[in-house]
Design a protein around this ligand. Structure first.
Ligand code: FAD
Length: 450
């Protein structure tokens, strides 16, 4: 077996691994990067970016349909799945083709294959043995295992993006953001769409009253929610369809069952025990500097690190920025400055959230001003034909600090960033309200929320 030594070996070419490898190589250090699939990572190839192409299509259909008889007279629009899929490829194909050479241009040695540890500082990939002074694990997340009969017939989100056609009936397992976003696109293709969720409501972690408004609207778009239900089995039928059985005995025949039941750190195949790296269900155990708690030469970033942060690209980016500073210093280490992390579900309309929930805010203090309103009658929303929108903003009555903001409606995915800016920099509600925003915009509505 050939052996090579590097100052840094990085596992994974997503937003966190790729960024760190490049930054360190530009400090004239000897760096290698290993990727088990196409170079480029989840966000660019199988996550945020292709997803947004699909959700934009659903959103356009929704915009046109809801403008029937008001903004528009003729509202016949349709999504061609085949066309949408090939348009998506114009974004993803170049990533796969062009992601490797920039690493090589920076002098980084690139390896294809699944990396596995064989010692505290040693790995194998294919027929190569690599050792390194520092190792960064940035292997992302993967769909969690499903334990029911016929789970092998489930389609994962990666494969969902590759479908050239879409069957007439689709069922999503789980009511998290992946299911909700995909379901909102699929339903706008006039396809029978079902979401099965074991809890009493979808989108845990988002404001319950706004989620209810979104679910009502989703039902009107044709999405069938089976709440408080578990999926027991999937049986292929002779006509090629899949029969899904739920725990109450209901059966649903569909053409496709999609896994939207959560993602877990992608660390199972790494043989972490061989390197003495501690890990758990939340990922690789790291300290506040993203350094392994048990192997001081190893760091972890992004979705595979148990940093306590959500699995999102901006989090992975921030962790990469910090690890690039910390890798080769034992003193003056930097900690991530996550601030408050905005979360968005790109349904139509989008739902967005930042900071504390109402319950968490009220548990911390009795003096919370809860401002909430159904804003579907506001001019900004009505002008787009929107019929569902609302907000909840939580303000500390003593300090006037904004504790949390929760939005549903047109442009919620953009407007939430204003709250992110205000909350990160400690603007009071009064200061934010005193800012002049361009009018008529959704941003200008923020002043009325404070
Ligand atoms: P990743 O980008 O996952 O990269 C990890 C890389 O490591 C992969 O390329 C993988 O192939 C490789 N790898 C794995 N194991 C090995 C191994 N043993 N050896 C070598 N290489 C290995 N986030 C947002 O912020 N906004 C969104 O709208 C959003 N939408 C999403 C939609 C979907 C459908 C999905 C699946 C994810 C979405 N995300 C979104 C999450 C986002 O993609 C991740 O948070 C982000 O990509 C994490 O970056 P990372 O660097 O940790 O890992």
């Amino acid at each position: 077996m050939n052996e090579l030594h590097f100052e840094l070996v990085v596992l994974g070419t997503g937003p966190s691994g790729g960024t760190v490898a490049t930054k360190i190589a530009r400090q004239d250090r000897h760096v290698a990067i290993i990727e088990s699939r196409e170079f480029g990572g989840t966000c660019a190839l199988r996550g945020c970016n292709p997803k947004k192409v699909y959700t934009n299509a659903g959103s356009l259909v929704d915009q046109v349909r809801r403008a029937t008889g008001t903004l528009l007279a003729n509202t016949h629009v349709e999504i061609s799945w085949t066309q949408l899929q090939s348009f998506k490829e114009t974004f993803t194909r170049p990533v796969g083709q062009k992601s490797e050479s920039p690493f090589q241009d920076d002098g980084i040695a690139t390896f294809h294959g699944t990396a596995k540890f064989i010692g505290p500082s040693q790995l194998i990939v294919g027929d190569m043995k690599l050792s390194a002074n520092r190792i960064l694990i940035s292997t992302g997340a993967t769909p969690g295992a499903l334990a029911f009969a016929g789970s092998e017939h489930v389609t994962y989100s990666d494969d969902f993006f590759e479908l050239k056609t879409i069957p007439k009936k689709v069922l999503f397992i789980g009511g998290g953001y992946i299911s909700m976003e995909f379901a909102h696109v699929v339903a706008r293709c006039n396809i029978e769409t079902t979401i099965v969720e074991r809890d009493s409501m979808v989108l845990a972690g988002f404001d319950a009253s706004l989620v209810e408004l979104l679910v009502d609207y989703s039902k009107r778009q044709g999405i069938d929610f089976r709440l408080n239900r578990e999926l027991l089995s999937i049986h292929p039928q002779s006509d090629g369809s899949l029969q899904v059985t739920l725990d109450n005995g209901d059966t649903i025949d569909v053409g496709l069952v999609v896994h939207g039941a959560g993602r877990v750190p992608n660390i199972k195949d790494l043989e972490l025990d061989a390197a003495g790296i501690e890990y758990g269900d939340e990922g690789i155990a790291v300290d506040s500097y993203l350094r392994s708690t048990s192997n001081r030469n190893v760091f972890a970033t992004g979705d595979c690190a148990a940093s306590g942060m959500p699995q999102l690209t901006p989090v992975a980016n921030e962790e990469a920025r910090i690890v690039a500073k910390n890798l080769f210093t034992n003193t003056h280490e930097s900690m991530p400055d996550y601030g408050v992390v905005p979360k968005v579900v790109f349904t139509t309309p989008a739902i967005a959230s930042i900071g504390l929930s109402q319950q968490d805010a009220q548990e911390k203090s009795a003096r919370v001003d809860v401002r909430m309103e159904d804003t579907s009658s506001w001019g900004s929303n009505r002008k787009t034909g929107a019929t569902v929108s609302g907000y909840k903003v939580l303000i500390d009555k003593d300090t006037d600090q904004i504790l949390g903001a929760h939005l549903l409606g047109p442009a919620a995915e953009e407007t939430i960033n204003l709250f992110a800016l205000a909350m990160k920099h400690g603007l009071t509600a009064k200061e934010m309200k005193s800012t002049l925003f361009a009018f008529p915009t959704f941003a200008s509505d923020v002043r009325q929320m404070l």
